[in-house]
Design a protein around this ligand. Structure first.
Ligand SMILES: *[C@@H]1O[C@H](CO)[C@@H](O)[C@H](O)[C@H]1NC(C)=O
Ligand SMILES: *[C@@H]1O[C@H](CO)[C@@H](O)[C@H](O)[C@H]1NC(C)=O
Ligand SMILES: *[C@@H]1O[C@H](CO)[C@@H](O)[C@H](O)[C@H]1NC(C)=O
Ligand SMILES: *[C@@H]1O[C@H](CO)[C@@H](O)[C@H](O)[C@H]1NC(C)=O
Ligand SMILES: *[C@@H]1O[C@H](CO)[C@@H](O)[C@H](O)[C@H]1NC(C)=O
Ligand SMILES: *[C@@H]1O[C@H](CO)[C@@H](O)[C@H](O)[C@H]1NC(C)=O
Ligand SMILES: *[C@@H]1O[C@H](CO)[C@@H](O)[C@H](O)[C@H]1NC(C)=O
Ligand SMILES: *[C@@H]1O[C@H](CO)[C@@H](O)[C@H](O)[C@H]1NC(C)=O
Length: 429
């Protein structure tokens, strides 16, 4: 007799609890739908609700928002004031002195590091520039985990395509991975600066570098001896890009070269040779050629992850890199790189059908004028002589980066993007 009321009470409580539960669920779903409408990102609402059990994953759910290409242009419009604090942009943050976790590997134990960027080996006396860690404003960026990265690369092919700054990034990634496995398991093939490949046998994976500073074809014409840049034809190595699971592209720096270092004499477009064309127009056509290839060849069924790495900051003029020992936090430093080129990159990447992630490392690199090789570098394959090292005005390199160094952070952010992608299923676009 006494049991019934208890059951009754339990039953009432149960009904009540279910009702509250339903209300909460409905509320959440509404929130989710609103987000979807606002940001045009189908996964946004779901990921917010599903991934809530750890700080990293929470950060992940928010961060993918910034990595979606279709969002690049609309970003300013879609994020309202109250949403901003809880979302996190891994490219927005600051450098923190952290000698415990940086550098991630020992440069002198990475046997294939090139002379161009082996600053310590070339005699750079200070180490401090290696000890800074990039921290985002709104969340924790996962540390680079070589074993985990290799696990993600298992059975896969990754390609890094672009100019010598992407080679810098390849060298960094190869060293990061190399330091995570026994050296007997690694294989590195370096055929000049044009093609390099790192393989990890146990993981059956490879990371290749293809030198292609314009992404489109540059041809030395045999008859006339003139160099022709074909704006609507991808570079020769494009036949090798097919089938890669992860692709990282960059271009930009070679387009703004003038005078003696300008690489082409004539531009070719739609079968016609053009002598004069605004560099912005030429660059935009070439970017569209590249974007068209990616759009035609990469879709979500391929599971291919495509990254475009933004312009890496060069330090010239007043912001020269020589003799610097600390990052600068000078927000006022205006990059010497033409903003029109950056705008074309962002417009092109933002307008693509394929899901391309934008590794927006320009700002974080801009703070690091202490981290270039300066005179501790090689030119034309030869390490600078002590005599040359005393002439920084003529010989300092303020565009590439010492390794270990800044490109390790680019790779950490690339790794973070992969980690976040897996935890949020962000590939529906
Ligand atoms: C979501 O996270 C909050 C705060 O960390 C926690 O209190 C809550 O139980 C979590 N919810 C779920 C469904 O995991
Ligand atoms: C890239 O970063 C720069 C500097 O933080 C910022 O001004 C720019 O809007 C970012 N671009 C995109 C497409 O997010
Ligand atoms: C890096 O490795 C070299 C050679 O194995 C060693 O002499 C040096 O002490 C190491 N540096 C650090 C900071 O561990
Ligand atoms: C790195 O990743 C591996 C494999 O996923 C994991 O076992 C290990 O604990 C990770 N290490 C750190 C320091 O997080
Ligand atoms: C190694 O990976 C390639 C793809 O990169 C694949 O075609 C091949 O079957 C793999 N081999 C083994 C033994 O798993
Ligand atoms: C993606 O798959 C399509 C057909 O499904 C194929 O034509 C294309 O080459 C693949 N792209 C890459 C980058 O492998
Ligand atoms: C660089 O620093 C050294 C030592 O502090 C100094 O002697 C030299 O004048 C500096 N050079 C330049 C170009 O600033
Ligand atoms: C990440 O996702 C891909 C594709 O969905 C899958 O092949 C891979 O095993 C996942 N990696 C990890 C570490 O979960």
């Amino acid at each position: 007799m006494e049991i019934n009321p208890t059951i009754n009470n339990k039953w009432r409580f149960c009904t009540f609890a279910s009702f509250i539960g339903c209300m909460i669920l409905l509320f959440c779903m509404n929130q989710g739908q609103e987000r979807v409408k606002l940001s045009t990102l189908p996964t946004m609402g779901a990921s917010m609700a599903l991934y809530n059990d750890s700080d990293d994953q929470h950060a992940a759910a928010n961060t993918q928002f910034f990595l979606q290409p279709s969002n690049i242009i609309e970003y300013g419009k879609v994020v309202s004031e109250e949403e901003a604090p809880e979302s996190c942009n891994i490219f927005d943050g600051k450098w923190v002195y952290d000698p415990m976790t940086s550098p991630v590997y020992n440069g002198s134990q990475c046997p294939f590091l090139s002379d161009q960027v082996s600053c310590q080996r070339n005699g750079r006396p200070d180490f401090e520039y290696q000890k800074w860690s990039w921290e985002a404003k709104g969340c924790k960026i996962p540390r680079f985990n070589g074993t985990d990265m290799l696990e993600r690369l298992r059975g896969k092919r990754m390609i890094i395509v672009g100019d010598s700054l992407n080679r810098n990034q390849w060298e960094s990634l190869a060293c990061l991975l190399y330091s995570a496995i026994p050296s007997s398991q690694a294989q590195v093939q370096v055929k000049s600066g044009v093609y390099k490949v790192f393989r990890a046998k146990d993981y059956n994976c490879s990371v290749e570098f293809y030198w292609s500073p314009f992404l489109v074809e540059l041809e030395e014409n045999r008859e006339s001896g003139s160099k022709i840049l074909r704006l609507d034809k991808l570079s020769y190595s494009a036949t090798k890009w097919h089938g890669a699971d992860i692709m990282v592209f960059n271009t930009g720096h070679w387009w703004v070269h003038t005078g003696k270092i300008k690489a082409w004499d004539l531009l070719e477009y739609e079968g016609k040779l053009v002598e004069k064309m605004k560099i912005e127009s030429a660059f935009e056509i070439a970017m569209k050629t590249w974007a068209g290839w990616v759009d035609d060849n990469v879709d979500k069924n391929n599971n291919t992850k495509v990254f475009f790495r933004s312009i890496s900051t060069e330090h010239k003029g007043k912001q020269w890199c020589y003799n610097e020992s600390k990052p600068t936090m000078d927000e006022s430093y205006a990059a010497t790189f033409p903003s029109s080129i950056v705008e074309i990159v962002e417009r092109t990447v933002g307008g693509m059908r394929a899901p391309v992630r934008y590794l927006n490392i320009t700002k974080l690199s801009k703070y690091r004028r202490d981290a270039h090789p300066t005179v501790y570098t090689a030119k034309q394959g030869k390490v600078l002589t002590p005599m040359q090292q005393r002439q920084p005005m003529s010989f300092a390199d303020c565009s590439h980066w010492c390794l270990p160094g800044v490109p390790d952070t680019w790779n950490r952010l690339l790794y973070a993007s992969l980690v976040f992608d897996n935890s949020t299923d962000a590939f529906i676009s």
